[in-house]
Design a protein around this ligand. Structure first.
Ligand code: SF4
Length: 76
């Protein structure tokens, strides 16, 4: 994915956890929190999400998100 980048640097600049190297644009999977901001921000749509992975994630959270829940505040 990084090979086709135009090297504008927006992904690295806007990553909230600095998971993207600003020179190589390679993502560190140990830092990445999968927020997808880099995908949303990329003007060239170089960064993308694997459709199969999105389907798996959607299936996994479907049950948890199918029932509306009231807001709760937890203080510890
Ligand atoms: S998904 Fe989020 S945390 Fe991961 S590299 Fe992209 S912007 Fe950074």
């Amino acid at each position: 994915m990084e090979d086709a980048a135009k090297e504008c640097g927006l992904c690295a600049e806007r990553c909230p956890v600095q998971a993207i190297d600003p020179t190589s644009f390679v993502t560190d999977p140990r830092k990445c929190i999968s927020c997808m901001r880099c995908v949303k921000q990329c003007p060239e749509t170089v960064r993308s999400v694997n459709g199969a992975m999105v389907s798996v994630a959607a299936f996994a959270i479907k049950k948890a998100c199918s029932i509306r829940k009231e807001n709760e505040l937890f203080l510890s």
